[in-house]
Design a protein around this ligand. Structure first.
Ligand SMILES: C[S@@+](CC[C@H](N)C(=O)[O-])C[C@H]1O[C@@H](n2cnc3c(N)ncnc32)[C@H](O)[C@@H]1O
Length: 276
């Protein structure tokens, strides 16, 4: 068994999830776009601020921050997503935004000190979150700010859970855990306070944000996206099971179809904390 820290997430983000996010970056970004204004306001990067974006992925939010900050560095464990972020930076004329391949828990981090460490859905995947946030703490200046956007729990995010249930017609859906590396890895408010407090942060605050999650322009679009993103699950089914899963998904997306696209409820935590 591979016991390297974050081995599974590194493989995932340099494999199937890295490919899906590269191909569908704009779809993912539109999905959660209603949270972005609150996140960017909390980051509040001014002209003198240096910002480290953790798990920067395809880089859209880092590039938004780069428009107002003095220096932005994105770190991400995914080679394809860092390459995409660099291409997007050049295309946007923001070649000064830096994107570095690094595991924020394990590898040396870019040299700080940073005024703000921010992460937009990129900080929930650590095997050992205390070690990771302690490392992030060390590259911040005293009085530096930590701003995280993370998903709340499965029960408040049917956009993900109902899709997984529809996708698994014959067994219990594998809902990602709330106490390990996963999209829900920082969904438990008690765990978030515990992890950040142990890493040295103070004034930890979690703001409850709710917004519709856009899952596609229409049911066909939503289905196409899920079929790509969960190809491995569907490819493992026999023909009849695959047809049933696709029927269930179509029915789900039709039930959530609106004039503004396929919409589900979703909930995040906007987490703020401070290095004393
Ligand atoms: C859900 S995506 C979010 C990407 C981007 N921030 C966004 O919102 O569009 C999570 C990102 O975290 C990155 N990631 C996961 N584990 C990481 C780690 N240990 N160190 C750095 N990045 C990591 C993944 O490669 C992926 O790009």
């Amino acid at each position: 068994m591979d016991t390297e820290p974050n081995a599974e997430q590194r493989a995932r983000w340099n494999g199937p999830s890295g490919s899906a996010w590269s191909e569908y970056a704009e779809h993912f970004e539109r999905g959660y776009a209603d949270f972005d204004a609150a996140y960017l306001a909390a980051v509040g990067a001014g002209a003198d601020d240096t910002v480290l974006d953790v798990g920067s992925g395809p880089g859209a939010l880092a590039l938004e921050i780069a428009a107002t900050a003095c220096r932005v560095v994105g770190v991400d464990v995914s080679v394809p997503l860092v390459e995409l972020a660099r291409r997007r930076a050049r295309a946007a004329g923001r070649g000064d935004a830096e994107f570095v391949v690094a595991d924020a828990q394990v590898d040396p981090l870019p040299e700080g000190p940073f005024d703000v460490v921010a992460s937009h859905f990129g900080s929930m995947f650590f095997d050992d979150p205390v070690t990771a946030f302690s490392a992030l703490f060390r590259v911040m200046r005293p009085e530096g700010r930590l701003v995280l956007l993370t998903w709340q729990g499965p029960e408040r995010n049917p956009w993900q859970v109902e899709v997984l249930r529809a996708l698994h017609p014959d067994r219990e859906a594998p809902i990602p855990p709330t106490d390990g590396p996963s999209p829900f890895g920082l969904s438990d408010a008690v765990r978030v306070r515990d992890v950040l407090g142990t890493a040295g942060f103070v004034d930890v605050d979690l703001e409850d944000l709710r917004a519709p999650h856009w899952s596609g322009a229409d049911p066909d679009d939503a289905l196409r996206f899920v079929v790509t993103h969960h190809a491995a699950v569907l490819d493992g089914y026999d023909e009849a099971t695959r047809a049933r899963a696709l029927d269930r998904l179509r029915g789900l997306f039709e039930a959530h179809d609106t004039p503004d696209g396929v919409l589900f409820d979703s909930a995040t935590w906007l987490v703020r904390a401070r290095r004393p």
